[in-house]
Write a protein that binds this ligand. Structure first.
Ligand SMILES: [Mn+2]
Length: 203
């Protein structure tokens, strides 16, 4: 699967960027926007794996993530996976010809409701509004989740609004954010037309 191959086709849009290695982490990502298959996720962090699975499942993305963090806690790992995943989304979208561009959803999960909206416009921007919650059993703080989505939207160069309209359980709030971002990105990246969906002629 070549980087951003067949950008004009509704099938086969994918990205396999070089492995990212730093003194803190090692991350490898493969992403296929159109060929959903069982995700393969192994980051060494159980709840983060669960979130990436949820993102891939509801985005209907073929996603492989292999990552190793350091021993300082999950921050470096989570942020570096977001950087490479954002870069992969951008590469897989190619020249963005024919994409819907906008995608949104309100995702309920029991007591939680999260609103997600995406504009795949070439500009990274995050608006994140969620209550202060305890880390609890998830092992991911809401601050680190905020950092994940900041890096994802910045490196993917898309606008992302995430708003927890109501919610109490941090597992539900975070999971609804990952599911909803998968759905909103799937809708924004769906091929629904021809040409570049911008009056500027470029995205
Ligand atoms: Mn869950």
């Amino acid at each position: 699967m070549a980087k951003a191959e067949k950008p004009h086709s509704s099938v086969g849009r994918g990205a396999r960027l070089p492995e990212r290695r730093t003194a803190e982490t090692r991350v490898r990502v493969e992403l296929d926007l159109d060929a959903a298959r069982e995700a393969r996720i192994a980051t060494g962090h159980g709840f983060f794996d669960h979130m990436l699975h949820a993102f891939a499942k509801h985005g209907r993305f073929g996603l492989v993530v292999e990552a190793e963090g350091d021993r300082t806690g999950p921050h470096h790992l989570v942020e570096d996976v977001a950087i490479l995943l954002g870069e992969s989304l951008l590469a897989a979208a190619g020249d963005k010809a024919g994409i819907e561009r906008f995608g949104d959803i309100a995702i309920p999960m029991d007591e939680t409701l999260v609103q997600v909206a995406v504009d795949f416009c070439g500009r990274g921007f995050l608006v994140f509004d969620a209550p202060e919650t305890q880390e609890g059993e998830t092992g991911l703080s809401i601050h680190l989740v905020h950092d994940f989505f900041y890096a994802l939207s910045f490196h993917g160069r898309f606008n992302l609004h995430l708003r927890a309209l109501t919610g109490r359980n941090p597992h539900h709030i975070i999971e609804a954010m990952f599911k909803g971002t998968g759905v909103a990105l799937r809708r924004a990246l769906a091929i629904t037309g021809k040409g570049i969906p911008s009056t500027k002629g470029v995205l």
